[in-house]
Design a protein around this ligand. Structure first.
Ligand SMILES: O=C(O)C1=C[C@@H](OP(=O)(O)O)[C@@H](O)[C@H](O)C1
Ligand SMILES: C=C(OP(=O)(O)O)C(=O)O
Length: 408
């Protein structure tokens, strides 16, 4: 399927974003490990959270988490401490996303996990039982989700867990998000220093819990505001102090002429004329925002050098390669340096006539490229349904804001 997206001349709208999938999926695992006294409120309706809910509630022997990285990694740890034998699998791409660091760590703690097809990758066969060891060291430079997964099961281990991380730690705000939620639910978990974490053997207590809106999803509305001549966008359910590391998006977009005004449980995006001449930024802590800023800066003609992108290669697709290819169709020549940097110094090439953006089964490719139509007459997007991974109503929300979406 392909759609053509056309933008309105000005954008004045209020958009109810989806709930945070990162918070939803943590709260679900933690609640399942606790006493489940309260219902979690405002869980995300996205695919990644729906697969987690089914995995935890349906009691199936084979669990298919489709494309959800958090579900795959968090459930691998969860199933290792939950009685029974299950197979956990996912999409073809999920079967290429590495999990060896987590499996090695869990095996060292005493877990019973087998690779079913390829060593180091899902699908896995997991038999859950009590884990005895309480100290582990693992690399922190591949995915923070391995660390979050281990942290979340730690309060129910007999002696808790001491974790030492080696290498450069990526996506650290997601580890902090895990610690925040664990502590909210009555656990005792903290950083001892930059590389060491400690979790006490103190069980979770369910609490009434409401999931806030998703800051990564908000980034596409910041992008739309930045690219528009006239815009004011209200996003309810977002707060200045958020558990989500991607709330940093507000600060970075200030450099691209968007002011965030907080109040009454919402943020209002307003345009300013303070726009940076170039943007250099290290995305090591906010990898999911990289696509938004690559597309926005190029379309605003702002040269950039974005580092800390090494984890993009193992996400829903190789996002570095996908960005270079699709931005090339729009006439922008990006440079990749050392598998971890993308830069653009204003180099242009001829646009592909009638270009359609490929989305590579990656929701963020679709969502970050759709706003291009604010600047160009229209944009065509292939397989637009990929957005359901984190933001199922993205296209409906664009329509609400005045965009025209036509199936072709
Ligand atoms: O823990 C989480 O909720 C996430 C952590 C990040 O992954 P990595 O730690 O693999 O970078 C991020 O990209 C992903 O969308 C969500
Ligand atoms: C990388 C992402 O998700 P995950 O790793 O959880 O599949 C994402 O949502 O951009």
């Amino acid at each position: 399927m392909q759609i053509k997206v056309t933008a309105p001349a000005q954008i004045y709208t209020t958009i109810q974003l989806p709930s945070s999938k990162s918070i939803s999926n943590r709260a679900l695992i933690i609640n399942a490990l606790g006493n489940r006294t309260f219902q979690l409120e405002n869980l995300s309706d996205c695919d990644d959270t729906q697969v987690m809910i089914h995995a935890l509630n349906d009691g199936k022997n084979t669990i298919d988490i489709m494309a959800a990285g958090t579900a795959m990694r968090f459930l691998t740890a969860y199933l290792s401490v939950t009685p029974g034998t299950r197979i956990i699998t996912g999409t073809q791409r999920m079967q290429q996303r590495p999990i060896q660091v987590l499996v090695n760590a869990l095996r060292e703690l005493g877990a019973e996990i087998e690779y079913i097809i390829n060593d180091g990758y899902p699908p896995l066969r997991i038999t859950g039982h009590k884990l005895q060891k309480d100290t582990i060291s693992l690399p922190g430079n591949i995915s923070s989700q391995y660390i979050s997964a281990l942290l979340m099961i730690a309060p129910i281990l007999s002696n808790g867990l001491a974790l030492t991380l080696t290498g450069e730690i990526i996506s650290r705000p997601y580890i902090n998000l895990t610690l925040q939620l664990m502590n909210d639910f009555g656990a005792k978990a903290k950083w001892l220093n930059e590389y060491q974490l400690k979790v006490e053997p103190q069980p979770y207590q369910s609490i009434p819990f409401y999931v806030e809106s998703d800051w990564s999803a908000a980034s596409y509305w910041y992008q739309i505001a930045a690219l528009s001549n006239k815009a004011e966008i209200i996003l309810p359910g977002l707060f200045e102090t958020s558990y989500q590391g991607d709330s940093k998006v507000a600060e970075i977009f200030q450099l691209l002429g968007i002011e965030s005004i907080y109040g009454n449980k919402m943020v209002t995006l307003k345009k300013t004329d303070k726009i940076a001449e170039r943007l250099d930024y290290d995305f090591i802590n906010q990898p999911d925002l990289a696509q938004t800023f690559v597309v926005t800066c190029a379309l605003m003609n702002i040269p950039f050098r974005f580092s800390g992108l090494q984890s993009l290669k193992i996400k829903e697709t190789d996002r570095i390669t996908a960005l270079i290819k699709e931005m090339g169709k729009l006439g922008y020549i990006l440079h990749e340096i050392d598998d971890r940097i993308l830069s653009w110094e204003g180099e242009r090439c001829e646009m592909t006539a009638d270009a359609a953006i490929d989305t590579y089964e990656d929701h963020r490719m679709a969502m970050a490229f759709a706003p291009v139509c604010v600047v160009m007459p229209e944009i065509r997007i292939n397989n637009p349904q990929v957005v359901s991974k984190s933001y199922p109503y993205y296209w409906e929300d664009l329509k609400k804001a005045g965009f025209i979406i036509e199936e072709i």
